[in-house]
Design a binder for this molecule. Structure first.
Ligand code: SAM
Length: 211
């Protein structure tokens, strides 16, 4: 995502009631934040947050945490969030590399990775959210029967992920190279990038990974 620093974004994010300032305080105890013990699902790299806010609206019995590392991006999600009357969604402004400091062992039921940055250079492969390094992080925080759902229009990142995920000891339980014309499209919630890229004629790929 092309990024423009927005002056004051850190302060706005820090002051927002929708952003958890010190998420480590809830480690193993997110039911205290939500006031229930419903399952927790997270989107890593949520951008402006359309996808996860729509899921939260549609599924009041599930708790959602949207994770985005840049305050300038999170600002847009906060603005949208202010128009919604929801008690099952919060945002975390953090790098996903440190997720094990925020979530206890197997605390998360589902992880969404949508249109993750492709990091095309080999020397940056570790930064890809489907790299073996990140799969190790997910292995800690995701329930044993939990799943990871990954969507992208980037064919190279998708081909890489079809190899990197099994290489990290996971199974690919389903995948498609053309989500919008496949049975996996049922119930699909579009992300901002998904709308943009499918309007440009790009096919959307999706995979589901489990242990
Ligand atoms: N998921 C949204 C969508 O599909 O419209 C946004 C996709 S955008 C290309 C990727 C987002 O992931 C960016 O906002 C970026 O800042 C965020 N991101 C990338 N790596 C991250 C990381 N390690 N931790 C948290 N956020 C990350």
């Amino acid at each position: 995502m092309r990024l423009r620093h927005i002056p004051g974004s850190e302060e706005t994010v820090a002051a927002s009631p929708y952003v958890i300032g010190q998420p480590q305080q809830y480690q193993g105890n997110f039911q205290k934040l939500f006031g229930n013990d419903n399952p927790i699902e997270i989107e890593i790299g949520m951008g402006k947050g359309k996808f996860i806010m729509e899921l939260a609206k549609n599924n009041p019995q599930t708790n959602y945490l949207g994770i985005e590392r840049y305050p300038s991006v999170l600002l847009r999600a906060i603005a949208k969030r202010e128009d919604l009357n929801l008690s099952n969604i919060y945002f975390l402004c953090m790098d996903a590399r440190t997720l094990t400091e925020v979530f206890a062992l197997e605390e998360v039921s589902r992880i969404y990775l949508n249109f993750s940055d492709p990091w095309p250079k080999d020397r940056h492969a570790k930064r890809r959210l489907t790299s073996p390094e990140f799969m190790k992080v997910y292995d800690q925080i995701l329930k044993r029967d939990g799943v990871i759902e990954f969507k992208t229009d980037n064919q190279k990142l998708f081909a890489y992920s079809l190899e990197s995920i099994p290489a990290a000891g996971w199974k690919i339980s389903a995948y498609t190279l053309d989500l919008h014309h496949s049975p996996m499209a049922e119930g699909n919630v579009m992300t901002e990038y998904e709308t943009k890229f499918s309007n440009m004629g790009n096919q959307i790929c999706k995979l589901i990974a489990c242990r």
